[in-house]
Design a protein around this ligand. Structure first.
Ligand SMILES: C[S@@+](CC[C@H](N)C(=O)[O-])C[C@H]1O[C@@H](n2cnc3c(N)ncnc32)[C@H](O)[C@@H]1O
Length: 240
């Protein structure tokens, strides 16, 4: 009897550990500790239900992304925005739905993502604005554009899933024009610590962005699980 009890306890503990490992590796961190191919494979596999899970809504997105991006681009003429990890097209979709980005600024968006299935859905979501938005398959840590190509770069809810987050930040700053802005999120909330060395606290994250070349980086509490940091690439005459 005592032996049966012991086996039951052991079985319970082993099952709990296996469940937790699965939950950590596949659900919370979305495969990032098992390699970049797995991350992309999971997004390819689950893309079809991404929009239903997120249920983005115009009123929220106006505050969360449209206003901050337009704020950074005010005064720009025919700006080009790069959205890194564009997913199913969230950033261009809400910018175009709002209309000011196109009507007032005559702006365009380039979206890059490593998952073809996510890009296919973005293409479908953006079918009415073809011509204003280019969608490209590619990885955030090797952005296939020349230095100083974009007036602003955004990267929302994605940095923690990239193979090399610091390299990706360097790439985003490289392709920014001097004076351009980077809008990037930092994972927050209780799950953030499970990203281990990929997790930065608020001060570390701002310091990292400034070390990589941004100036005036300011952190805003943004959503439950994310902070948004906005910083600027200095103009040439500001660089010491
Ligand atoms: C949580 S989604 C965020 C998508 C979008 N930014 C949004 O806010 O809805 C993360 C995205 O990162 C993309 N991704 C993962 N690894 C990537 C990489 N190495 N380079 C570019 N995109 C990547 C995924 O395919 C997915 O579309």
């Amino acid at each position: 009897m005592a032996q049966l009890f012991l086996y039951s306890v052991i079985l319970f503990i082993v099952s709990a550990v296996v469940w937790w490992l699965y939950h950590w590796l596949f659900i919370i961190t979305e495969g990032v500790f098992l390699g970049p191919r797995l991350v992309v494979w999971l997004y390819d596999r689950e893309a079809y239900r991404y929009d239903d899970i997120k249920m983005y809504d115009m009123e929220d997105e106006l505050i969360l992304l449209v206003e901050p991006i337009l704020g950074e681009l005010s005064g720009a003429k025919e700006p080009i925005l790069l959205d890194v990890a564009v997913g199913t097209g969230r950033v261009p979709l809400f910018l175009f739905k709002d209309g000011r980005f196109t009507k007032d600024l005559n702006g365009r968006v380039v979206g890059v993502d490593a998952s073809q299935a996510m890009l296919d859905l973005a293409d479908k979501n953006l079918s009415e604005v073809t011509g204003r938005c280019e969608l490209l398959l590619g990885s955030a840590d090797a952005i296939n554009f020349a230095d100083r190509s974009f007036d602003a770069v955004s990267c929302l809810e994605s940095l923690e899933f990239f193979p090399n987050p610091e390299k990706a930040i360097e790439e985003m700053i490289r392709v920014l024009k001097p004076g351009g802005s980077l809008l990037i999120t930092r994972r927050a909330g209780w799950e953030a610590r499970w990203f281990l060395s990929r997790h930065y606290d608020q001060k570390e994250f701002v310091a990292l962005l400034e070390k990589k070349g941004l100036t005036d980086a300011v952190l805003y509490q943004w959503q439950n699980n994310y902070d948004l940091v906005i910083g600027r690439k200095p103009n040439v005459d500001e660089v010491v």
